[in-house]
Design a protein around this ligand. Structure first.
Ligand code: PLP
Length: 301
């Protein structure tokens, strides 16, 4: 249960922030929440190593490598060589003794297959986790998060009209939407895309929702409920001055670190989205990525 912090009136609305970045393991974030459920599965089964993938920016890979290392399981990370950079996440993956297997972007899928096959041939029992912790287990983690939000609303006696956050693989968003649909709640859950464009980005979220709720679920309702904003993917973040300045503003005013890959873009996208909205209760979910905050700080020195 992470805290929801009241940030007061912000640009004509009342803003709260759910601090997923403060989940108390490996710098927290949504990947730490998902990892808890993945490792319950891994511990239940007969697995001795984990295979996953992600770039050097990946918070997911850092958390998985940390979990593996403390449990004495070998971690294999397939990583696209085109996206390689010197990051704190990458440094920690090495510290956790994860084996990084580089692959060209177009061969990532094959490399994963090859790695799993080789490990099995050698007699190991690998557990595969999709990049970003995508899949029904990751979705479930955010259905649980949605229920936490509901509890907090009851306690505070308020209703969040909007929920904003950074969306990547869409698993976090799918979980929140499933939670909303299962509870029959009226509100807008808005994923600010950090990379994917529509229609694909939105389609992936809807597929995750369908996969979790089952094919009998009314597809029209899923369509209506899935809001995927792709206006802030190109030219924003990593070097956009508007994202940088909002990161500075949030750090100065609230003492909360945002990064320029995920949360800074999402926060900026939220303020743009809300330009003509007032007197609403807004929840921003801080999905983590604190090591990336330090990368951007170092870049800008
Ligand atoms: C991975 C990540 C996201 C996106 O989460 P998805 O479930 O993949 O959509 C958002 N913010 C941060 C900090 C992340 O690491």
């Amino acid at each position: 249960m992470t805290i929801i912090q009241d940030l007061g009136i912000y640009k004509n609305n009342h803003l709260w922030i759910k601090r997923e970045d403060l989940i108390p393991f490996s710098f927290g974030g949504n990947k730490a929440r998902k990892a808890q459920l993945f490792f319950q599965e891994i511990e239940k089964g007969d697995f001795d190593c984990v295979v996953t993938y992600g770039t050097s920016n990946s918070n997911h890979c850092r958390v998985i490598a940390n979990e593996c290392c403390r449990r004495g399981k070998k971690c294999y990370i397939i990583s696209p060589e085109e996206c390689e950079s010197d990051t704190f996440n990458r440094q920690m993956m090495s510290l956790f003794r994860a084996k990084i297997i580089y692959s060209s972007l177009d061969r990532v899928h094959n490399t994963i297959e090859d790695t799993l096959n080789e490990l099995k041939q050698l007699g190991y029992k690998p557990y595969f986790i999709e990049g970003g912790g995508h899949g029904n287990i990751g979705t479930k983690a955010y259905v649980m998060c949605y229920h936490e939000i509901k509890k907090e609303e009851e306690k505070l006696g308020i209703h969040f009209d909007y929920i904003f956050f950074a969306t990547g693989t869409g698993t976090t968003q799918a979980g929140l939407i499933c939670g909303q649909l299962l509870c029959g709640d009226q509100r807008q859950i808005i994923g600010i895309s950090i990379a994917r464009k529509n229609p694909r980005g939105r389609t992936v979220v809807m597929e995750s929702v369908k996969s979790f709720l089952g094919n009998e679920y009314d597809a029209n309702i899923i369509e209506e409920t899935t809001i995927f904003v792709d206006d802030y993917t190109d030219g924003y973040g990593t070097s956009d001055f508007r994202v940088d300045s909002i990161i500075d503003e949030v750090l100065i005013r609230f003492g909360i670190p945002l990064d320029d890959v995920y949360t800074g873009k999402a926060f900026f996208g939220m303020t743009e989205y809300l330009k003509n909205v007032s007197n609403k209760n807004i929840l921003f979910i801080h999905t983590g990525g604190t090591p990336l905050f330090f990368d951007s700080l170092r870049r800008r020195k």
